[in-house]
Write a protein that binds this ligand. Structure first.
Ligand code: GLU
Length: 292
C-alpha cells in the first residue's frame, strides 16, 4: 500500500515540543514505509484559531526539516486552499447533504448546560441522550447531530493493538456543526481524510477516543477508513503528561534563542521516551536540558 499520512496542526498557538515529537512519529512512520506526508491546517473552529499562527507554524516546520510531500507548506500556502479547513466549507456541506439524504443527522436545540444537567454524574465528557432525535427540527440555526449507531466498535491500532470503544455510551449523538454554523473537529477531520486520500492517521493518544466516532462517520459516508497509529505524548520521568507550565517554550522562541533544530528534535525524542537520556547528555548539543 502506498502510505499517505498527514500533519494537521490547529492555529491555536505556536508549535511546541509536543508537536515536534508528533512530527518525529508522523515523518518517521511514513518514511519507514516509503510513504508520504500531507500537511493541512485544521482551523475549522473560527473562534479559537488565529490565522497569524499559520506562517509561523509553516516556517518552523520547514526550519526543523520536516518537509511535507503534499498540501500546505511555507513555500506553498495559497488562499484559498484545499488543505485549509476554513476554506473548505463547501466540501463539508456536500458531505452533510449526503448524511441528510441518508437520514443520519438531526437538528438539536439543547444547550450544553441542559445536556450536562441531564447527565448522570453531571460532569466529564458531554454524552448526548438523544432528546431531540425525533423532533424533526430544521438543521439551520440548530446543532446538527450525527445518529451514532449503538454497539461497540472494534479496531486495530498499529501502535496500541486491538481496541474497543462505544461512542453510543461515551458521547452519544455527537455534533457535526454547531448552531452558529461552525463545523466540528470530528466531521472536518473525516471529510478531509477522505478527500485527501489518507491511508494512515498518526496522532497522539490524547485523541484516541475520537477513533471509533470517526470510524462510524467513515461508514456513514460510505468510505473505507484509514489505519490508525496513536503515539504517547511528552511525559515526565514518572510518566505524567507534561503540563503547559513544564513544557518548554515555543519552537519559534527556542529558535530565536539560538537552539539548533537537531537539538530541539533530540529534546522532543527524549521527552517522548524515544531515546534515553545518556544519548543526549553525551552529545555536545545537550546543553542545559534537565528533565523535570
Ligand atoms: N488538529 C489536531 C491537533 O492539532 C490533530 C487532529 C488529528 O490528527 O486528527 O492536535
Amino acid at each position: 500500500m502506498n502510505t499517505l499520512t498527514r500533519f494537521a496542526p490547529s492555529l491555536t498557538g505556536y508549535l511546541h515540543l509536543g508537536h515536534v515529537l508528533h512530527m518525529i512519529h508522523v515523518w518517521g512512520v511514513a518514511r519507514a514505509q516509503g510513504g508520504r506526508v500531507l500537511s493541512r491546517i485544521e482551523d475549522h473552529d473560527l473562534a479559537r484559531n488565529r490565522p497569524e499562527y499559520e506562517p509561523a507554524i509553516l516556517a518552523d516546520l520547514q526550519w526543523l526539516g520536516f518537509v511535507p510531500d503534499l498540501g500546505i507548506s511555507a513555500e506553498n500556502s495559497p488562499k484559498p486552499s484545499n488543505y485549509r479547513q476554513s476554506d473548505c466549507a463547501l466540501h463539508y456541506e456536500e458531505a452533510l447533504n449526503f448524511l441528510v439524504k441518508k437520514k443520519k443527522v438531526y437538528g438539536c436545540e439543547c444547550s450544553r448546560k441542559e445536556i450536562l444537567a441531564k447527565q448522570s454524574g453531571g460532569q466529564g465528557e458531554l454524552c448526548y441522550s438523544g432528546t431531540c432525535a425525533e423532533k424533526n427540527l430544521p438543521l439551520e440555526g440548530h446543532t446538527v447531530r450525527f445518529r451514532v449507531p449503538l454497539g461497540d466498535i472494534d479496531f486495530h491500532d498499529v501502535a496500541l493493538g486491538d481496541r474497543r470503544q462505544t461512542p453510543a455510551t461515551q458521547c452519544g449523538d455527537f455534533s457535526l456543526r454547531d448552531r452558529n454554523g461552525q463545523w466540528t473537529y470530528q466531521f472536518c477531520c473525516v471529510c478531509d481524510d477522505i478527500r485527501h486520500g489518507i491511508t494512515l492517521v498518526v496522532r497522539g493518544e490524547d485523541i484516541l477516543d475520537s477513533t471509533a466516532r470517526q470510524l462510524q462517520l467513515f461508514h456513514a459516508l460510505e468510505y473505507e477508513p484509514p489505519h490508525y497509529y496513536h503515539h504517547p505524548l511528552l511525559t515526565t520521568d514518572s510518566g505524567e503528561k507534561l503540563s503547559k507550565r513544564q513544557r518548554p517554550e515555543s519552537i519559534t522562541q527556542l529558535r530565536e534563542e539560538g537552539l539548533l533544530a537537531e537539538k530541539i528534535i533530540g529534546r522532543a525524542a527524549f521527552f517522548g521516551g524515544l531515546i534515553p537520556e545518556p544519548a543526549l547528555l553525551s552529545a555536545q548539543a545537550a546543553g542545559a536540558m534537565v528533565k523535570t
